[in-house]
Design a protein around this ligand. Structure first.
Ligand SMILES: *[C@@H]1O[C@H](CO)[C@@H](O)[C@H](O)[C@H]1NC(C)=O
Ligand SMILES: *[C@@H]1O[C@H](CO)[C@@H](O)[C@H](O)[C@H]1NC(C)=O
Ligand SMILES: *[C@@H]1O[C@H](CO)[C@@H](O)[C@H](O)[C@H]1NC(C)=O
Length: 494
C-alpha cells in the first residue's frame, strides 16, 4: 500500500516537474540482483524512495492533488514550545491568492505551525472565485485541509464572522491590502486592530495606495529582514504623506510597530538536507541529466527569471570567471568543466529570458549553462550544486529563503551585498559578497574562479553555513522569534 502510494506520487510529480523524481518502479530493473549486495541496495533504495516521495516537503511544493497526505508525516508530536500560548486561539489567515509562489507557501507553512500549536486556523483567499477548478488551487486547498486548516469563502457573512470573532488575523503580503475592504465590509476598523500584516516585498510598486492605505491601522507589521523593515519604515511614511497631501513637516503618520522575524528552514527541508544517501542519489541523477561529471563544478541560481534577480549579470560574471579558469587550466592541465544551472525559467519575462538565451548562444555556452523550468521542488537542484549564487539586484532580496535552504545543503553562497542576504551570509566565512550592479561583475567572476579551484574552501564555507543555519535559521528559531510578536498583538487586542 505504501509502495503504491509512493509510485503514484512519483507519476504525479513527473507531470509537473522537469526532474523526474527517482522512480520507484523504474529503478529496480536497473539494479543487479545477482547477489546479496544487490538486494541490500535495492532495499536501501526502496526505503529511500518511499521516504522521499512521502516526505511532506515534496508535497508542499508539488501538485500531487490525488494523494492523501498521511497526517503522521506532519509530525504533529512536535509542538513548537514557544507558541504554546496559541493553544485554542482562533486565527484567520488572509492570502491574496493561493499559488505556488513564495508568499502563499510561507503562509501555508505558518498555518501548519500554528495548527500544531493547537490554534484553530482558518484560511481566506482574497482573489478566489467560488467555482474555481484551477488544479493548483484545488490541490493546495486539499493540502490546507490535510494540515487541519479550515477554508473559508472569499466573501460573505461566514467569513466576516470568522474575522470579527477571531483572536488574531494574519494578512499576508502587501498586495493583500487590496482585498481588505472587499472582504471585511463594514468591519474594517475592528478587524484591522487585531491584524498582523506579514510583508515579504521590497519593490517600489508595492507602495501603491491601493495596497498600503490601511497599513497605519493594523496592530503590527511583521517583515522578514531588517533591510526590508527599514525600507518600509521610511518609504511608506513618505508615500502616505505624499498620497494624503500632508506636508513633510506637519502631521507625522504613525506607523504600526514593525517586527523583524527571520525565516527558518522547515523540518522537512532539514531532513532532506541531512539525508546523505538521498542527496547523493539526487545529485547523481540531476548531473546525469545535464551531462555534468562528478568532478565538474556547478554554480546555481534558483530564482524566478527576472531582471531584479540578476541572471544577466551573473552570466557575464560566469563567462569572465570561466575564462580565468580556462587560462589557469591550460597551465595546470586539470580536467573539469564549470557549469551554471539557472532554475526558475517560466517565460514570465519573455524578452529578458530571450536575451539570456541569446547571450548563452553567442558565447558558446550551451553545453555548460542549463536553463531549468520553474520547479516546485528545488531540493534535487540544491543536491546537484556546489555553490549557490544569490545575485538579486537593486535593494536585493527581502530575505531570500533559498539562501538558507542552500546553506542547509552545505553550499557556500556568492551573494550580492544587499537586502536580506547581508543578514544571512557572513562575508568570507559562509560565502562571499559582491556589490550589486555592473561593479559586482568582476568580483563575482573572481569568486567563481576561486571557488572553482578551491574545493576545501567550498567545503569549509559550506560547513560554516550549515552551522549558521542550525544556530539561527531553523523552524524552531523562527517560532521563538514569532512567539513574542504574536503575544504582543494578542495582548494589544485583548
Ligand atoms: C517526529 O518527531 C519525533 C519526536 O520528536 C522524532 O523522533 C521523529 O524523528 C520525527 N519524525 C520526523 C519525520 O520528523
Ligand atoms: C518549460 O516550459 C516551457 C514553457 O512554459 C515549455 O514549453 C517547455 O516544454 C518546458 N520544458 C520542459 C523540459 O518541461
Ligand atoms: C567582503 O570581504 C572582502 C574580503 O575581505 C572585502 O574586500 C569586501 O569589501 C567585503 N564585502 C562586504 C560587502 O563586506
Amino acid at each position: 500500500m505504501r509502495h503504491l502510494r509512493a509510485s503514484s506520487v512519483v507519476q504525479l510529480s513527473c507531470e509537473n516537474e522537469v526532474i523526474n523524481k527517482p522512480s520507484y518502479q523504474g529503478y529496480p530493473s536497473r539494479i543487479s540482483l545477482k547477489n546479496g549486495i544487490g538486494l541490500v541496495c535495492l532495499l536501501l533504495l526502496a526505503s529511500y524512495f518511499v521516504s522521499v516521495t512521502l516526505n511532506p516537503m515534496y508535497k508542499m511544493r508539488g501538485l500531487d492533488s490525488a494523494v492523501q497526505e498521511p497526517l503522521s508525516q506532519l509530525n504533529a508530536s512536535v509542538k513548537p514550545p514557544s507558541l504554546n500560548f496559541m493553544d485554542g486561539k482562533n486565527v484567520v489567515l488572509v492570502s491574496h491568492e493561493l499559488s505556488l509562489s513564495g508568499g502563499p507557501l510561507l503562509l501555508m507553512e505558518l498555518g501548519s505551525i500554528l495548527r500544531r500549536s493547537g490554534a484553530h486556523v482558518f484560511w481566506v483567499t482574497g482573489n478566489k472565485k467560488e467555482t474555481t477548478s484551477d488544479p493548483t488551487v484545488v490541490s493546495l486547498e486539499k493540502k490546507l485541509l490535510n494540515h487541519g486548516l479550515q477554508i473559508m469563502p472569499a466573501r460573505g457573512m461566514r467569513t466576516v464572522t470568522a474575522l470579527t470573532s477571531s483572536d488574531l488575523v494574519i494578512l499576508n503580503t502587501a498586495v493583500a491590502g487590496k482585498w481588505i475592504d472587499a472582504i471585511l465590509k463594514g468591519e474594517v476598523k475592528k478587524v484591522l486592530a487585531k491584524t498582523l500584516w506579514w510583508i515579504h516585498e521590497m519593490r517600489g510598486h508595492y507602495f501603491s495606495m491601493e495596497y498600503v492605505r490601511h497599513l497605519p491601522e493594523v496592530a503590527g507589521v511583521m517583515i522578514d529582514s531588517h533591510a526590508t523593515a527599514e525600507y518600509w519604515r521610511t518609504r511608506t511614511r513618505d508615500r502616505l504623506r505624499f498620497a494624503l497631501g500632508v506636508s513633510l513637516d506637519t502631521t507625522r503618520i504613525i506607523m504600526p510597530k514593525i517586527h523583524v522575524v527571520h525565516l527558518g528552514n522547515s523540518q522537512q527541508l532539514m531532513l532532506a538536507a541531512e539525508d546523505a544517501v538521498g542527496r547523493a542519489l539526487m545529485r547523481q541523477r540531476v548531473r546525469r541529466m545535464f551531462e555534468i561529471r562528478d568532478t565538474d563544478v556547478v554554480f546555481s541560481m534558483i530564482n524566478s527569471v527576472s531582471r531584479g534577480k540578476g541572471q544577466d549579470l551573473f552570466l557575464r560574471s560566469f563567462v569572465e570567471g570561466v575564462n580565468m579558469v580556462n587560462k589557469i587550466n591550460m597551465v595546470q592541465q586539470t580536467v573539469f568543466t564549470v557549469h551554471a544551472l539557472l532554475v526558475g525559467s517560466d517565460w514570465a519575462a519573455p524578452s529578458y529570458e530571450s536575451t539570456l538565451r541569446r547571450f548563452v548562444k553567442e558565447n558558446d555556452l550551451e553545453r555548460t549553462v542549463h536553463f531549468v523550468n520553474k520547479s516546485l521542488d528545488v531540493v534535487p537542484y540544491l543536491a546537484a550544486s556546489d555553490v549557490l549564487v544569490q545575485n538579486a539586484q537593486g535593494r536585493g532580496e527581502c530575505f531570500g529563503r533559498i539562501t538558507i535552504e542552500a546553506m542547509a545543503f552545505q553550499l557556500p553562497i556568492l551573494g550580492t551585498a544587499a537586502g536580506g542576504t547581508l543578514e544571512i551570509v557572513v562575508n568570507g566565512s559562509t560565502g562571499r559578497l559582491h556589490p550589486v550592479g555592473k561593479e559586482g561583475v568582476h568580483l563575482l567572476a573572481q569568486n567563481i574562479r576561486d571557488l572553482t579551484f578551491d574545493k576545501s574552501l567550498r567545503v569549509k564555507m559550506g560547513m560554516r553555513g550549515y552551522a549558521r543555519v542550525k544556530q539561527k535559521f531553523m523552524e524552531h528559531h523562527m517560532c521563538e522569534r514569532l512567539g513574542p510578536v504574536l503575544q504582543t498583538v494578542l495582548t494589544q487586542t485583548a
